[in-house]
Write a protein that binds this ligand. Structure first.
Ligand code: F6P
Length: 545
């Protein structure tokens, strides 16, 4: 058994959670519950009152966090200690949003200065593109950005650009290619004009098969459309920590933006990997995004655990996974611009906390990261919310909504809000058998049918949710929101004592994919593989010979 599950606090939590009353009763017994269990940080408001928790639950959770040395682990991350122990790396995405003048030394080098230099390079590039000074090979200004990358080098820039659409430069459009399926890049390039298209190749390692293949296809397309080899410099730039490989690939050394090994892929949107975002919303707004995240960093680093928003959210997620057997967590956004956020949080959390051993290699004897999923709230209400309300699985939910819309239109936003709040209410209170029966009282059904149908209408309630509100979706509030989830993920990993910053499972997929790729072009039977893999490889070969 791990120390964690043997600890007294852990076992007190087991007993305590079993005895906790229904949330309905908790609300009835304390009219101040909302005031007591809500907090504000960095222009984000969090209502955590609809959680299965009393004051005692919270104090046990904070005690557990203290015993797991959460505060010193937070400090170790901000200080640049090598907390990614398997890759022997510091984890310093927080340095990417540090303020100028702040000093963070890594191996004697002030990395904040390096970050500032990279931002200056980004700023001058953004200005030359948006002013039209940067010209395509026929002398026309750039109108379309195609960002090629995958994983963290894809999802962050894509989702944040999508979320900040109201801030877009109207003269530009952006497109994201991640998937190595040729259909993806083919469809994206179809409407574009090579003369006015700029490609950003984003790859920290400059070794990811999908990204290299898509970039080569983009180059071929560019040449087919009339560009020449010498025009490539005006149309291809790269963001990478592997400058040698990028220049070898043909990217002009002046057009390479830096990345560092102390930034994990899924935490990289704040670096030059965010270049597509900066181009679309402008460098000032990009800095606002960074500043919003920085504010959340300050809050996380300096606020006592009991008032610390990422800590509170992380502890609740842990509570459900470890003490209520929840296997998944749903993120529901009530804002069309935030429709991609669940996928972003999915990558962030599942790539970070999908782990089975503690830092010293001990097999865990508790659940780690849950399945994160979700989508646009109102649409889900007409589909999978059924399972949230009446399914057998407990699925804690986060509801996220700006109070003001960027597109005020009649009653739309009011209706959106009513759906959001109504769902959290229904999940919490449920509907008893007696209430269902009362609802059916006036119907023409037989008494027997009423009793049967009433059973089908029962909802246990007691389904937990957090509600996160912000005044309006801005670059700053979005920065704070994403940083909130980054730190929430950190909190859980720190308590479980796992490494949230490597991704060996994903790396395995990369290696196996390369091995199979070679076999697909070979002729020899792959009899040393299992019969299924060999059979599938043979089927593919037969179709493509
Ligand atoms: O192997 C997984 C992963 O490294 C992700 O963490 C990363 O974001 C993605 O692949 C892309 O990697 P790169 O930026 O090096 O191309």
């Amino acid at each position: 058994m791990t120390e964690l599950t043997q600890s007294q606090t852990w076992n007190e939590l087991v007993a305590h959670t079993e005895a906790l009353p229904h949330m309905r009763a908790l609300f009835e017994s304390d009219p101040q519950r909302f005031d007591k269990m809500s907090t504000t940080a960095c222009d984000l408001f969090l209502d955590y009152s609809k959680n299965r928790a009393s004051e005692e639950t919270l104090s046990l959770l904070f005690k557990l966090a203290e015993e797991c040395k959460l505060e010193s682990k937070i400090k170790a991350m901000f200080d640049g200690d090598v907390i990614n122990t398997t890759e022997k790396r510091a984890v310093l995405h927080t340095a990417l949003r540090a303020t100028p003048g702040q000093k963070i030394l890594l191996d004697g080098v002030d990395i904040v200065q390096e970050v500032q230099q990279a931002q200056a390079q980004m700023a001058s590039f953004v200005s030359s593109i948006t002013s039209g000074d940067w010209k395509g090979y026929t002398g026309k200004p750039i109108t379309d950005i195609v960002s090629i990358g995958i994983g963290g080098s894809f999802l962050g820039p894509k989702i944040v650009s999508q979320a900040l659409r109201p801030y877009w430069n109207k003269a530009l459009n952006c497109h994201f290619v991640g998937n190595v399926d040729g259909t993806s890049i083919t469809e994206k390039l179809k409407p574009l004009d090579a003369e006015t298209t700029l490609f950003i190749m984003s790859s920290k390692s400059f070794g990811t098969q999908e990204t290299l293949t898509n970039t080569l296809s983009a180059k071929d397309w560019f040449i087919q459309q009339g560009g020449t080899q010498s025009d490539i410099a005006q149309h291809f730039v790269a963001v990478t920590s592997n400058v040698a490989k990028a220049t070898e690939f043909g990217i002009d050394a002046n057009n390479i933006f830096p990345m560092w090994d102390w930034v994990g892929g899924r935490y990289s949107l704040w670096s030059a990997i965010g270049l597509p975002i900066a181009l679309m919303i402008g460098m000032d707004n990009f800095r606002e995004l960074l500043n919003g995240a920085h504010q959340m960093d300050q809050h996380f680093a300096n606020t006592p655990l009991s008032e610390n928003m990422p800590v509170i959210m992380g502890l609740f997620s842990l509570l459900y996974g470890n003490f209520h057997n929840a296997q998944s967590h749903v993120v529901l956004t009530y804002d069309h611009y935030l429709r991609g956020l669940p996928a972003y949080f999915q990558q962030l959390d599942m790539e970070s906390n999908g782990k089975s051993v503690t830092l010293d290699g001990t097999q865990v004897d508790f659940s780690t990261g849950p399945v994160i999923w979700g989508g646009e709230g109102t649409n889900g209400q007409h589909a999978y919310h059924q399972l949230l309300h009446q399914g057998t699985a407990l699925i804690p939910a986060d509801f996220i909504m700006p109070l003001k819309s960027h597109n005020p239109l009649g009653e739309h936003h009011k209706q959106l809000a009513s759906n959001c709040f109504g769902q959290t209410q229904a999940l919490m209170q449920g509907r008893s058998y007696e209430e269902s029966l009362t609802e059916l009282a006036g119907s023409t059904l037989s008494e027997n049918d009423k009793r049967t149908i009433a059973k089908h209408k029962v909802m246990q309630g007691n389904k937990p949710s957090n509600t996160i509100l912000m005044d309006k979706l801005t670059p700053a509030t979005l920065g704070s929101l994403i940083a909130l989830y980054e730190h929430r993920t950190f909190v859980q990993g720190a308590i479980w004592d796992i490494n949230s910053f490597d991704q060996w499972g994903v790396e395995l997929g990369k290696n196996l994919g390369n091995d199979v790729l070679e076999r697909l072009s070979a002729t020899a039977d792959a009899t040393e593989l299992d019969s299924s893999s060999n059979g599938l490889i043979n089927m593919f070969r037969q179709q493509t010979i």
